[in-house]
Design a protein around this ligand. Sequence first.
Ligand code: ZN
Ligand code: ZN
Length: 411
Amino acid sequence: MTSHLIINAPIVDGAHSERSAPMQVLVENGIIIDVDKSISSSKAEVIDAGGRTLMPGLIDCHVHVIACLADLGRNAMLPDSLVTARASRIMRGMLMRGFTTVRDVGGADFGLKIAMDEGLIEGPRLVISGKALSQTGGHCDFRGRFDDSPARSNGHRLGSLGRLCDGDAEVRRAVREEIKAGADFIKVMANGGCASPTDPIHFLGFSKSELMAIVEEAANAGTYVAAHVYTDAAIRRAVDCGIRSLEHCNLIGEETALRAVEAGCIAVPTLVTYDKLSSEGLQLGFPADSVAKVENVRIAGMESLEIMRRVGLPMAYGSDLLGDMHKHQSDEFVIRGQVLPAQDVIASATSVGARLLGAESRIGSVSPGFEADLILVDGNPLDDLRLLSGQGQHMPLIMQQGRIVKHCALN
Ligand code: ZN
Ligand code: ZN
């Protein structure tokens, strides 16, 4: 039995606006057993945090671990073996930034989860949607205007974010197949997008009856639907169709945001990806047409945070980065911190993320009975969110389910 006693550690978890007094945390067999001012344990290995901040492991609710290229059309053509190897590197990078859980919203398959369980890949706990559902000509149709090859030609590949389906019967089959293959929830492209070639931002993805069929099938399997949505009209339609997780939301209006609150939705803004796509996208192979599409949603994004905060729509942390831009995953903390209180930004990556995953009694808090996903941070992130950014250089200790995955000398 492995057992650790972390001492001299004030806690920040997003639930309070101040750091706690220095606490002691006892971890046994991957679970937090006790959190108190003073704990005695004869067998635990003691880790003296030296007054550093102890936080729950971070949760990113919008990633694509298989997106090793910014050009998603080309990514879908890569051999599965290469995508697996590159995904393992991307996932390790996430863990080393303090993300102990991520929700993959398009691409990752159940095999990656098995590889993690077997210790073949070191990375965050994966919660997956399997392939995202897109209509023909929608956000996962990368065939280009004059390519009329069969729609399902590469939807089965690991490097493909999504699959195409049209009509009630096909969308129901697609949901059932993804659930059968191990999806934890369902992702649907309910709006045009930036990365795809033939769907402007204003396009609505799927008919209402298709969206409701998708939501019904997900509910039959005991889970929920996440939708890629930018425009106010697309978000409102998604809410009305019973979709729970609203990705991006850059162009949301106040009335729709209120409706989303009443429906119990959670938004997942992903502002860092527009920032990086506009500054680095072109040189990293993101198509020029797509870079142009990014500008509108990028500028509206900051305003959307204020609107959602004003009406009380909960926001989970999302990054949505592709290819070599993954290294900017933690910059979302700093971007949101320009508009939102640091406590709220931290909560997005702890308690709110956990709630979206339906795991609020297991992760996202430093509390007895929770998984021992823990990070130590130099300084106080409530005062400076930049301490959470970069490649984990301000995190001398990262623990996942009680296992130390990073431990620098603490002095
Ligand atoms: Zn999206
Ligand atoms: Zn995405």
